[in-house]
Design a protein around this ligand. Structure first.
Ligand code: PRP
Length: 189
């Protein structure tokens, strides 16, 4: 499958404001095709029940909006906002909810949507919090998975792509809040 964005094209991309990008890890077409497949997988995996798609902000906002439009069964959407403390100190880092979904979670089939699983710390903490709300089922859908997390207590049932262990931006992922709007996923120099 040929990439639609050449290295030359990235350099010329005015959205990057001159910032050097090493390479495009996943281009727009690849992402769209995979999101369509994930939507089909999810539609087939939930033949009944009340499905709630919960997006973890901010990173999942583009992925979630594309994904739900590929799910061909009734569903509801809500969001979570988490805050991380203790950056860089993996063992002491904690994750707390700063926005709690208003939607009732009890008895629902919940899919927690993440842009990327890196250390897995965010998911470990959030899944524990969500389980306490007694959903009928609780699964994770991550667009990207670095496969480097140690001690992951809950793994993603639905994964878009295995991701390289590089600093990735675009399609929701940021560097200092920039580049979330790139339609492709690139690794920064
Ligand atoms: C990023 C990303 C994931 C999390 C993954 O969020 O969006 O939620 O880190 O990392 P982990 O597996 O090591 O916990 P971030 O805290 O940067 O917030 P954002 O979604 O607002 O960009």
């Amino acid at each position: 499958m040929s990439s639609t964005i050449t290295p030359l094209g990235i350099k010329a991309d005015p959205r990057l404001s001159g910032r050097a990008v090493k390479r495009v890890a996943f281009d727009e077409g690849e992402i769209a095709r995979r999101v369509t497949e994930l939507g089909r997988e999810i539609s087939g995996a939930y033949p009944d029940g009340d499905l709630l798609v919960l997006g973890l902000l901010k990173g999942s906002f583009i992925f979630l909006s594309d994904l739900v439009r590929q799910i061909t069964r009734p569903l509801q959407v809500d969001f979570l906002v988490a805050s991380s403390y203790g950056e860089g100190t993996v063992s002491s880092g904690t994750v707390n909810l700063v926005y709690d979904p208003e939607t009732e979670l009890k008895g629902k089939d919940i899919i927690l949507v993440e842009d990327i699983v890196d250390s897995g710390r965010t998911l470990n903490r959030l899944m524990a919090i969500l389980k306490e709300r007694e959903p009928r089922s609780l699964e994770i859908c991550a667009l990207l998975h670095k496969r480097i997390a140690e001690g992951l207590k809950y793994d993603a049932k639905f994964v878009g792509f295995d991701a390289p262990n590089e600093f990735l931006v675009g399609y929701g992922l940021d560097h200092a809040e920039n580049f979330r709007h790139l339609p492709y996923i690139a690794s920064l120099m």
